[in-house]
Design a protein around this ligand. Structure first.
Ligand code: FE2
Length: 194
């Protein structure tokens, strides 16, 4: 018999599948998914269970679920205190970040050069939002941003419209303007059982 998933995660997945079944616009699906992720990251049992999840330092993601039919993926990241995040995009993927434990800040950037080169970009920070447990941010495709750790260990649950790892994303150096294409985070399968 197949292992049972943690009920809160299973109902999150079931609700997502119902959204994806009734709407073919991925951006619209992600907007509709935002309150579901807010509910999931407000779940006390999940918050309690995340206290011993392994660190994902070294550009890793815990991979909780991939939907074979609709392609969306559920990840978790576990950040060390004071973690410095790179400035990057997620290529064509939509992403919802939900903070489960601790605090993180999401920096958003805009590109201010003429976009004439693929290997150079001037970027400028436009906003910083601090996330605490229950807070969810939507990051559209190709939006340039960075996630920064807070003063304590933090954990986030991430819903992505497609699994990253094999997709080429870009990192931006805000000082030199260098743009570095490369693979996304390494995906570490991580089961959350009942
Ligand atoms: Fe990101």
């Amino acid at each position: 018999m197949a292992t049972q998933r943690m009920p809160a995660l299973q109902s999150f997945i079931d609700d997502l599948r119902a959204i994806w079944a009734s709407d073919s616009d991925i951006g619209s699906c992600m907007e509709k998914a935002k309150p579901l992720l807010e509910k999931l990251v407000g779940n006390q049992e999940l918050q309690d269970r995340s206290v011993d999840w392994p660190s994902t330092e070294g550009r890793k993601n815990l991979l909780l679920y991939v939907d074979e039919q609709y392609e969306f993926a559920v990840n978790a990241v576990v950040r060390v205190p004071g973690r410095k995040g790179s400035v990057h995009d997620h290529a064509h993927a939509w992403v919802l970040y939900g903070v489960l434990c601790g605090t993180e800040s999401l920096e958003r950037y805009e590109r201010i050069d003429d976009r004439s080169r693929d290997d150079f970009a001037q970027v400028r920070m436009t906003s910083v939002s601090v996330g605490s447990p229950g807070k969810v941010d939507l990051v559209p495709p190709f939006d340039i941003h960075a996630e920064q750790g807070g003063p304590t260990r933090s954990v986030a649950i991430i819903l992505r419209s497609t699994k990253l790892g094999d997709i080429t994303q870009r990192q931006y150096d805000p000082v030199t303007g260098e743009v570095r294409p490369g693979p996304g985070p390494t995906q570490i399968p991580f089961e959350l059982t009942a």
